[in-house]
Design a protein around this ligand. Structure first.
Ligand code: GTP
Ligand code: SPV
Ligand code: MN
Length: 591
């Protein structure tokens, strides 16, 4: 395609043509731009974004291919109170989701969208979630008036002609409409219509609210379809662990937003673990389906990472620092006078002066943070120095372990293993975690976040637990289930566990448990490591006593924990599987 016909219509799919026409008639853009995913297109749209001040070109000597974006200060995270599941019956959405009848929501949002793209361009963004040709992959089309969304979708998904190829002549694609409007919280709605495989998002231009392939399609709509079709759509990283002898194990792990998935997915094992290799298949989302051999197979539907920036440095995550050094969009970090980026926790000296994420002058004396706590990078997975080649395998990888984990300063030990599948479902279902800056709300407050899916489950949470329990029958060799907590603190507020690369020690125990190679001790919560066979060698300033502290189970704290779980169970009572109530009774009996 030459430069002259950039933006020209590139599909003959009748359903696509008709729907785009219908939406253009509604939104009234000055022009329609059909994206094909080519490099010329990316270059041209990037230049246009720079010309319009939507992106700032960063110092290309230090950060080749990198750009900077500031979102509206009222629009810096997901907004759960504005997120809706619009099923015909309210009961189907369940008590943990906001609900509105589809007819009412369509009417409301079509009203807001009407004429909203006058003077603007409507971009048609076809995208594929999953490796091309994968039986699990899904096609979506996002119509948006945000060039930042187009460029981000180009990184986060397999965007362009490849999606039309997968779609063929059919009409089975997710219909996503995104209108920025005036980016006002009162006119901000992220609405899902699972029965129509459709999404409408208005009034935001931020990450999880507007990159519709990610949380909206891959998780909310995905989980709804997964229950109908017999698979899982989960908020999980996927990693491969290769031992020095070449044995490969695949692990999927669900931690809530900003609780360590990206870091765990690409961690660097400490020196003691020479010969062990960790590689990333995905850092945020897993689609998993039983395979013909009775194991559970997982793909990463995404092609890029939209990750938390603050705290990233060469000590916590050297792979990430390398990954972010080129071809990355930075959103809401600080900008230095030489057009470099900075954030709290970055290596090197604190800049004497810079512009904070709002564009205001910032110095080390400033009271506010220079980078927003939920500032993010958008980077292609190909940038990841430890990307697993299996990230592109259409059939996915067989999962040996599922790991749940929250951010808990107390109560929850470093690691324990479920006694069996239903107990594992109970452990995931009752997960608690301190809230983070990834969503609007009170950071630090503990809330129940079942399987890290509270903001992302597209139907009744009790039915979701039922789906998890039922799937056991379809998986002859189910993964073993574990729970971890990297965030336990002592009375002085210091982390009890060094975390990051040292999490390899926990991972090795998990891998060995899956292979039946290491013993464990029975506890009230599940199987826990025998301190004698848990590998602490080479870990500086960490003794067995500290290990026992981070593993300790305080029965008083756990009785309180069970009461907190009860609140969720009461809320979900109507659809809560009885198995989980029995699991709770068994736990109480053990405490
Ligand atoms: P989302 O993209 O929001 O879904 O988040 P995520 O789960 O991928 O979280 P991420 O890996 O980006 O980590 C979020 C924050 O937790 C960062 O500030 C990290 O520095 C911090 N973190 C990650 N792993 C560890 C760990 O092992 N120990 C400690 N103490 N902090 C960690
Ligand atoms: C999360 O909040 O879990 C994210 C970031 O991964 S966002 O895409 O904004 O939802
Ligand atoms: Mn996430």
């Amino acid at each position: 395609m030459t430069k002259d016909n950039l933006g020209a219509c590139n599909t003959s799919n009748k359903a696509v043509l008709a729907w785009v026409q219908e939406m253009a008639n509604l939104c009234r853009p000055d022009q329609v731009f059909w994206c094909n995913g080519s490099n010329e297109e990316k270059v041209a749209l990037t230049e246009e974004a720079v010309r319009k001040g939507i992106l700032i070109k960063l110092n290309q000597k230090k950060l080749p291919g990198c750009y900077y974006h500031r979102s509206n200060p009222n629009d810096v995270a997901r907004v759960e109170q504005s997120t809706f599941i619009c099923t015909v019956d309210q009961e189907e959405a369940g008590p943990t989701n906001n609900w509105m009848a589809p007819r009412e929501m369509y009417q409301k949002l079509r009203g807001l969208a009407a004429g909203s793209m006058r003077g603007r361009t409507l971009y048609v963004v076809p995208y594929l979630m999953g490796p091309p040709g994968s039986p699990l992959a899904k096609v979506g089309i996002e119509l948006t008036d945000s060039i930042y969304v187009v460029l981000s979708m180009g990184i986060m998904t397999r965007m362009g002609d490849v999606a039309y190829q997968q779609l063929g002549p059919g009409d089975e694609f997710n219909r996503g409409l995104h209108c920025m409007l005036d980016v006002h919280p009162e006119r901000r709605f992220i609405a899902h219509f699972p029965q129509d495989n459709a999404i409408i998002s208005v009034g935001s231009n931020y990450g999880g609210n507007v990159l519709l392939g990610k949380k909206c399609l891959a998780l909310r709509i995905g989980s709804y379809l997964g229950r109908q079709e017999g698979w899982f759509a989960e908020h999980m990283l996927i990693q491969s662990i290769e031992s020095p002898s070449g044995e490969k194990t695949y692990v999927a792990a669900a931690f809530p937003s900003a609780c360590g998935k990206t870091n765990f997915a690409m961690m660097i094992p400490p020196a003691h673990f020479r010969g062990w290799k960790i590689r990333t298949i995905g850092d945020d989302i897993a689609w998993m389906k039983p395979g013909p051999d009775g194991r559970l197979y997982a793909i990463n539907p995404e092609a890029g990472y939209f990750g938390v920036v603050p705290g990233t440095n060469s000590k916590s995550n050297r792979n990430a620092m390398e990954m972010l050094s080129h071809d990355t969009i930075y959103t809401n970090v600080a900008l230095t006078p030489d057009l470099d980026v900075w954030w709290e926790g970055k290596d090197g000296p604190v800049p004497k002066e810079c512009l904070d994420w709002k564009g205001n002058k910032w110095t080390p004396d400033s009271k506010e943070k220079a980078a927003h706590p939920n500032s993010r990078f958008t980077t292609p997975m190909a940038n990841n120095p430890v990307l697993a080649p299996e990230a592109n395998t259409p059939d996915g990888v067989p999962i040996s372990a599922i790991v749940f984990g929250g951010r808990r300063r107390d109560t929850v030990p470093l690691v324990f293993q479920a006694f069996n599948w239903v107990h594992g479902v109970y452990i995931g279902a009752t997960m608690g975690s301190e809230m983070t800056a990834a969503a609007d709300g009170v950071a630090g407050q503990v809330r129940r976040d079942p399987m890290a899916m509270l903001p992302f489950c597209g139907y009744d949470m009790g039915d979701y637990f039922r789906h998890w329990i039922n799937m056991h029958r379809a998986i002859k060799h189910p993964p073993r289930v574990f729970h971890v907590n990297w965030f336990r603190k002592n009375a002085q507020g210091e982390y009890l566990w060094p975390g990051f690369g040292e999490n390899m020690r926990v991972l090795k125990w998990i891998v060995d448990r899956c292979a039946g190679r290491v013993d464990a001790v029975e506890s009230a919560l599940g199987w826990i490591p025998n301190p004698k066979s848990f590998d602490l060698r080479g870990l500086q300033k960490f003794n067995l006593e500290q290990f026992e502290q981070v593993q300790s189970i305080n029965h008083g704290e756990w009785r309180r924990e069970v009461l907190m779980q009860e609140e969720l169970f009461m809320k979900l009572y109507g659809h809560l599987p009885k198995e989980l109530i029995f699991q709770r009774e068994l736990l109480v009996a053990r405490l």
